[in-house]
Design a protein around this ligand. Structure first.
Ligand SMILES: Cc1ncc(C[n+]2csc(CCOP(=O)(O)OP(=O)(O)O)c2C)c(N)n1
Length: 531
């Protein structure tokens, strides 16, 4: 007789989910016992790392990933990156062990007291099956929930005595759609507004990249002769940044963002929230006289937008439909942005000089993972992303995502056979939130290169404190951290890099080796402005 455990592994096989990211505990051992040879367990040393590796893997493979966590404490440890997965709209099936049903009433050690509440509100669905025999079908339902728009994480709490129970007949395999097309009448209205617009502007968001839709995004920009901005603080790159229409990334504050859009009568936002702001700088949401049209596959995103008229749709299907229906504008194409003057190269390097050097040595098919808060503008200014699905960061603002996500992405590059090189730029503060990801990368022999701009401080918090007039905040300096010693301790190749040439040489080696490399780069301690 098949057990619930056998039946669940069969369902995971049918779904193509044979990679499990996790950190094991006693409540997970009955599930993990006799781990099947056709499955791969990716061992993380901490649950935050397991969740973010799975997120990176899911985004890079374009398919949901499975994370197995340890009951309540493990779920708690994974929570910060679960918040990020929610904002990233990454489909994840998170399973966690639960104490045995026989003892749950008396709440033994490691019982998850309210398993379906603990991960809320950062999962689309949380469930503890009423019967052991419901687990395989619950996994199917979890999958269907995670992948449908807006995609996101789901959570199953699975009691440890369930796995040995006799299974019901296997659940019927079934599939769900992951895209939906725009309402035709509403689309006609959007076409009418765009066709009648004098000076439209396009604001693209991460949904365009998730929908693999750079090509209709470019076609629409060219048809409308419209400039293109990236929505603020996006977790993916949205448009070829060397395209003449591209203007850059919008500022993430109300007043300055509206200012950047001044002069436009129509603002079409596709695949982004309206808008992802960070510091509060008051002002109008739009320049005077502008009308905003919003295309999103997320009803909640549409509902909470403070301005604009929305159209629910897969961003790619909407862009394709708009390209087919919007007439060519007849306007001249916007002029290309002026090229940046090369930054001065001093000692220590400025952030701009470091990232200009990174751009000089950038592999054409490189994948960039970013978590370097105060250096974000310099990085995005100096290193232009020109290929789809090749820039990743967290949508949430929570640190501890980038380093493990880069490991998950590097593993996906290997597993898919695509083999694109992965470079992570991780601040010397951010580095420590999920630093154990380096061990997993070393065990898996992944050639990921981690560049750590070391300014020995939480520079962005100093900039924020200045903007908000809150002097005297403690805990903003980071003296005495030996990045190289820490990286070596986890099994990485590592060195201090101080010049553009050293960076080029270290990248050339690190991207073609069989272990992770951590490059500590001392940079200027000047605090850039937050806006
Ligand atoms: C989980 C989490 N804890 C704390 C913070 C607050 N925080 C935001 S940025 C930052 C400092 C990041 O330092 P570093 O990576 O060195 O980048 P820098 O600002 O110096 O460029 C901190 C602590 C956060 N965003 N997320």
């Amino acid at each position: 007789m098949a057990t619930v455990r056998d039946a669940t592994y069969d369902v995971l096989r049918t779904l193509g989910m044979t990679t499990v990211f996790g950190n094991p505990g006693s409540t997970e051992e009955p599930f993990l016992q006799h781990f099947p040879a056709d499955f791969h367990y990716v061992h993380a040393l901490h649950e935050a790392t397991a969740v973010a590796m799975a997120d990176g893997y899911a985004q890079a493979t374009g398919a949901p990933a499975h994370v197995n966590l340890h009951t309540a404490p493990g779920t708690g440890n994974g929570m910060g990156n679960l918040v990020t997965a929610w904002h990233n709209k990454t489909p994840l099936i998170v399973t966690a062990g639960q104490q045995t049903r026989e003892m749950l009433l008396l709440e033994p050690r490691l019982a998850n007291r309210r398993p379906t509440e603990l991960p809320q509100p950062y999962v689309k669905w949380a469930y503890e099956p009423a019967r052991a025999q419901d687990i395989p079908a619950a996994v199917l339902r979890a999958y269907a929930t995670a992948v449908q728009p807006p995609a996101g994480p789901v959570f199953l709490s699975l009691p440890m005595d369930d796995w040995a129970q006799t299974a019901d007949p296997p659940p019927a395999p079934r599939t769900v759609a992951t895209r939906f097309a725009p309402d035709p009448e509403r689309l006609t209205e959007f076409v009418r507004v765009l066709a009648g617009s004098r000076n439209p502007v396009l604001v693209y968001g991460p949904g365009v990249d998730r929908a693999a839709s750079w090509s209709p995004a470019v076609a629409l920009a060219e048809r409308l002769a419209a400039p293109v901005w990236s929505a603020p603080a996006t977790e993916r790159a949205v448009f070829p940044e060397d395209h003449p229409h591209f203007r850059g990334v919008l500022p993430y504050a109300i007043g300055p963002l509206a200012e950047a859009l001044r002069g436009h009568d129509t603002v079409l936002v596709v695949g982004a929230p309206v808008f992802r702001y960070y510091p509060y700088v008051p002002g109008g949401h739009l320049p005077d006289g502008a009308r905003l049209l919003h295309v999103t596959d997320d009803p909640d995103e549409a509902a909470r937008a403070p301005v604009g008229d929305s159209l629910l749709s897969d961003p790619g299907l909407a862009l394709t439909a708009l390209v087919e229906r919007v007439p060519p504008s007849g306007r001249p194409a916007p002029a290309r942005r002026d090229a940046l003057p090369p930054p001065e190269v001093g000692t220590p390097l400025s952030a701009d000089a470091l990232f200009a050097a990174l751009a000089d040595h950038w592999p054409t098919d490189g994948v960039l993972v970013q978590e370097s808060p105060s250096n974000l503008s310099a990085l995005r200014r100096q290193l232009r992303i020109t290929q789809p699905a090749s820039y990743f960061t967290m949508a949430s603002g929570g640190l501890g995502y980038g380093l493990p996500a880069a490991v998950g992405i590097a593993l996906a590059e290997r597993d898919t056979g695509r083999g694109r090189p992965v470079v992570a730029v991780i601040g010397d503060g951010s580095f420590h939130y999920s630093v154990q990801a380096l061990w997993t990368a070393a065990r898996l022999a992944l050639p990921v290169v981690v560049v750590v701009p070391a300014n020995q401080q939480y520079a962005i918090l100093k900039a924020f404190a200045e903007l908000k007039h809150t002097p005297g905040v403690p805990g903003l300096d980071l003296p005495g951290l030996d990045i190289v010693a820490i990286a070596a301790g986890y099994g990485c190749a590592t060195e201090v890099v101080e010049t553009p040439d050293q960076l080029g040489a270290a990248l050339a080696v690190g991207l073609h080796t069989d272990r992770p490399t951590v490059l500590a780069v001392p940079i200027s301690t000047d605090v850039p402005s937050i806006l």
